[in-house]
Write a protein that binds this ligand. Sequence first.
Ligand code: KIV
Length: 264
Amino acid sequence: MGVLRSMYKKNDPIAMMTAHDFPSAHVADAAGMDMILVGDSLAMVALGMQDTNEVTVDDMLLHCKSVARATKAAFTISPEQALATAIRFVKEGRVQGIKLEGGKEMAPTIKKIVEAGIPVLAHVGLTPQRQNALGGFRVQGKTSKGAMRVLEDALAVQEAGCFAMVIEAVPAEIASVITQRLSVPTIGIGAGNGCSGQVLVQVDMSGYFPPGRTIPKFVKQYGNVWRESLQAIESYREEVKSRQYPAPEHTYPIAQEELDAFIR
Ligand code: KIV
């Protein structure tokens, strides 16, 4: 966490990425991510669920453990809302901190978890776990009143002791002003370039999702891993069907006399 604090002080942008299993964590760590979030967005992008409310603590713990086995450098974070479960995530899931969605109303919980010695990454603006209460995946802070609410939330979670906060789906100018008014880093997602860092959902930015999934406007898709994977698997299928695979170089040798003795 000291590293993140010193990056923030030097105005060095913090790069954060989600991961949900060993390979996705390994690649994010190898690419030099500063923080890896075992986000509960894995409910949709890795488990095919409708929303994040469907995923259980036990599901999340399994994913945290596999991510923790892969991460060497990055600071790993998982979502949680209650102190008892936050402790389980740190002890069993081997994450270094937890992320908690919500503003003012979550400040007492954040305080309690921080006082127990667990670093908390807060999450304000659009909070996907409360999408129903917020009227769906809607941009937050688009009016002066709405923007004031996001600022008040940000100040409340800062006061409660979070070490940083995600700001999601807020106009860039508002996120930038909020960032300047705070003394902890902001990690933007759909919140413009004035935040202290950025986070994206790995399957969205790498294009590892089947055709037809709509990704949010703020996502820049840097690759098409699904297409690469499809091409590789189709080639494998064709080579199996045409008996091109496995070729001799993919087999184990046996000495001729051993073979002859076996066949005889
Ligand atoms: O759960 C998640 O992946 C998140 C990111 C969208 C920040 O909260």
